[in-house]
Design a protein around this ligand. Sequence first.
Ligand code: FES
Length: 148
Amino acid sequence: GAPVKFNMSKIEPGAMVTVEWRGKPVYVVRRTPEALASLKKVEEQGVIRDPKSEAPQQPKYAQNESRAIKEEFGILLGVCTHLGCSPLYRPDVGAADLGGDKWLGGFFCPCHGSKYDLAGRVYTGVPAPLNLEVPKHFYESENVVIIG
Ligand code: FES
């Protein structure tokens, strides 16, 4: 499949847009300052399986806290690493129905309850084994990203 071009300036802060690439959903998220702060808190809680994205299938630029080239923008394959359902975007901090105190928002897979943070990092104690995949991408200009 051909690479896909997307202009980040189309996304409101806090919103997520789904872009189709090779028949798969790619989630593009514009993270707020609160969302970025939550990434640190999640790490401090010790509830993330692979906080530094050390699993070998991650691109180098995903091996940081925000798993991104530009921390404001998250680009993630919308495919659960358990059995491939599409996780739901649930950026709301503290949603009690998704695990109370420890849930700081992110992605929730409705199929078997896997939870990921706002950088797509998988929580411990859920069926999904790996962080959401970061597809290969680069910035062609300030706001335009090429995915694939
Ligand atoms: Fe997502 Fe099973 S497919 S938890």
